[in-house]
Design a protein around this ligand. Sequence first.
Ligand code: NAP
Ligand code: ZN
Ligand code: ZN
Length: 351
Amino acid sequence: MSQAHGYAALSPDQALVPFSFDRREPGPDDVAIDILYCGVCHSDLHTARNEWQNTLYPCVPGHEIVGRVRAVGSNVRDFKVGDLAGVGCMVDSCRHCPSCAEGEEQYCENGFVGTYNGPMFGGQNTLGGYSDHIVVDMRYVLKIRHEGNLAAVAPLLCAGITTYSPLAHWKVGPGQKVGVVGLGGLGHMAVKIAKAMGASVVLFTTSENKRDDALRLGADEVVVSRDAQQMAAQANTLDFILNTVAAQHNLDPFLAALKREGTMVLVGAPEHPHPGPNVFNLIMKRRSLAGSLIGGIAQTQEMLDFCASHGIVADIEMIRMDEINEAYERMLKGDVKYRFVIDMATLKGAA
Ligand code: NAP
Ligand code: ZN
Ligand code: ZN
């Protein structure tokens, strides 16, 4: 065992506090990583506050991890001490069900093991990246090929793959008009990635003041979704919509913006269910409403390499570990451009 230091939620309604715990010694297949940076995903907040009614406490969130390898087990060939390494939302899965066999470990039929709040097959809760180091089986560790700007690479490990995966699965590309709903952590990555895939991008936002940023990030058009006239102008025009909104909202105006046979994919996972949708918005134009969960390990590597070759990273605001509670409050107000990343070097002073 090695002692780890981090920040944990101890109950749903209390601020995160410094917390020490044990990590396993690296086994033969393990990579031990000193964490340099960890992104702050809205899922961290949903989980810390038990908004999905499944949180195990103490809860150490964090699944957008970039760090340096501090030790490797005897079977590990692809990583050596000192290498950069990434860890996303998953640290294990059953490895033999059909989904695992097809490289879609996030849909593991026996339940993937989340980087945090993911009981290992054996029962022990996993503790995530708001900490100084982590030990992960080599099969779930990613190569980081970006040169520099490592803090801004961290959000790719969740926000990047969660948006890349559906965009790739539904074959978004040149000649298509793609909508992105919500300009937050996921949404701003979706704009960048959809643009790099060659699509024309329409950003739907509730925040008029994000218009200039959306255009700078790569959107071709910006629509203020509360404005019925602007929404009506988009009716029947979009091939695909990626909806990243973290709160309950009416899906129908967005479905109405899809062309015949268009698809809207939900990746936002709000605490309360969306109302509707009106089935006529689906059946009258053979439209689809779908969902998508992060992405498999091979596809996460593909996304990291795609982003490295296209010069894509997140737009971030670096925070100290002891600023995490304030960061959660700001995230709820939409006051983040566009992802908080914790500089883990600040943990020493904070813990
Ligand atoms: P975030 O940074 O807080 O962004 C969410 C955006 O949603 C906000 O910036 C805002 O955009 C919009 N929004 C918020 N409240 C709204 C409301 N009441 N009505 C309309 N729009 C609203 O969150 P995130 O980290 O990107 O995560 C987004 C969601 O995805 C969360 O629910 C998270 O748990 C989920 N998630 C899912 C997966 C998956 O695998 N499916 C993976 C990661 C995260 P505007 O200001 O532009 O309107
Ligand atoms: Zn996440
Ligand atoms: Zn499986």
